[in-house]
Design a protein around this ligand. Sequence first.
Ligand code: SF4
Length: 327
Amino acid sequence: MKSRIIYGPILSRRLGRSLGIDVIRKPGVKKNCNFDCVYCQLGHVGTKISYKGEIEGLVTPGEVVEGIRSYHRNIEDLDYITFSGTCEPTLNPGLGEMIRGIRKISEHPICVLTNSSLVSFEHVRLNLAEADLVVATLVSGYEETFESINRPAAGIGLESIINGLKAIMCMEKRPRLGIEVMLLDSSTGYPVNSTDREIARLIEVIKTIDPDEIEILTVSRPPAEDFVLPVPDVRLKEIARRFDEEFGRDRVKLVLQGLKKKSSSMKHDNVEEEVYDLILRRPCTFSQIGASLGIRDEELNPIIEKLMFSNSIVTIGSKSGRYYRAI
Ligand code: SF4
């Protein structure tokens, strides 16, 4: 089934209601990333994208602006327009131009979710500087743990990422920077980044970056690797308290599961495509799909049945429920 580059809205505790944008689309490829994180909700990546080669399937700034123009007027209460989806947005060199183009037609704040891999490049930082908010992932202050969890493409190292994040904070014109700390446990004992040793090192490193905010969360959707486990709430709260003590409560957000807002009241052009577009970017439970897109159960049921029957989606179980994932 074909998908569009604009999808959603997605409801999340962090950003409220946001419209998503994918900036790399290749037919038949479900993920375009230079990482292969053990916790990735999109499953495994066939080939990790290397930054050095030619990147296929780059979406153009014109396509993004046109997509936003025709899509977002259907949604009344949008909190953000967000670059994320099935790819790492900073892999597209046109990101800055896309953001400038969207600003001409929309007043909504713009956010980029990045895995931080390319922030050591000045042109990437300049592109990110166009956004209102950049949420950058950092899973560890240790190279070995970073490599075991994020499994980056060759040539991407933790030290250059940390230096790049520090450089963003020193830019004259810069976005608000949030560091997303994705914590996980493991049924095999490794890799794990929620131990006291890991947390102490993360705090030390994040102090040197000095970001505007820090978001602490754990795995909630079915991960790429079966051994990945979410960190229990009680431990997450304990860790959040440690961050609070170091950075102050105003800067630290503990993201627990759940939705921030009530259902969407968006108008639909093609509800079946919208359901598929959402599931393609983010495995969802039945109720998450309904709440994000504002669809009643009676309307959603036959759509899910049709997508299952055509082998466009499958169900996967996880501790937090039954999810639908695109295949
Ligand atoms: S979690 Fe994000 S950064 Fe990691 S592999 Fe998946 S898409 Fe890439």
